[in-house]
Design a protein around this ligand. Structure first.
Ligand code: ADP
Ligand code: MG
Length: 157
């Protein structure tokens, strides 16, 4: 069921999250607006996914993505958060993030400790890196979706 909607292409503005402190953990997650999240298939599984991501018309990088229940809305609404596997010089709130979600890694889990959470995410990142090096996944990195003229990116979020 998780795979039915994949690959899933999506573009939208990066908004302020709800301060889970992802950046403090060394794993910042770029959050999509509620409007973009609402446009997702309503039956898409929560959990951790991998794929490709690009900020503005920058380079395309590997990413891990979480689709989860948004505590800000008492878990009635989903949140979609992308951790791009790249070190950026600056934050990019307000910029357009383009992603293609390719594969599912695992369902959401609760962890006993912060250490356990962080090490699970590190494993997710390693799994994403391995998967995305496969030829069938590498080819989506070159997809035209990531190479639109600038005006189109802005109008087509
Ligand atoms: P918030 O709760 O506002 O989402 P986070 O701690 O999750 O805060 O940090 C997310 C922000 O960090 C992103 O919106 C983006 O501007 C910035 N950022 C910097 N590097 C990355 C990265 N590699 N992946 C995702 N976001 C990043
Ligand atoms: Mg975040």
């Amino acid at each position: 069921a998780a795979m039915r909607h994949l690959p899933y292409f999506c573009r939208g503005e990066v908004v302020k999250g709800f301060g889970r402190g992802s950046k403090e953990l060394g794993i910042p997650t770029a959050n999509f607006s509620e409007q973009v999240v609402e446009s997702f298939p309503s039956d898409i599984s929560t959990g951790i996914y991998y794929g490709w991501a690009c900020v503005g018309n920058g380079d395309v990088h590997k990413m891990v993505l979480s689709i989860g229940w948004n505590p800000f809305y008492k878990n009635f609404k989903k949140s979609v958060e992308t951790h791009i596997i790249h070190t950026f010089k600056e934050d990019f709130y307000g910029e357009i993030l383009s992603i293609v979600i390719i594969g599912y890694i695992r369902p959401e889990k609760n962890f006993d400790s912060l250490e356990a959470l962080i090490s699970a995410i590190q494993e997710d990142i390693e799994e994403a890196k391995r998967q995305l090096d496969l030829p069938e996944h590498l080819k989506l990195k070159e997809d035209n979706f990531f190479h639109l003229p600038e005006g189109k990116i802005l109008n087509n979020h």
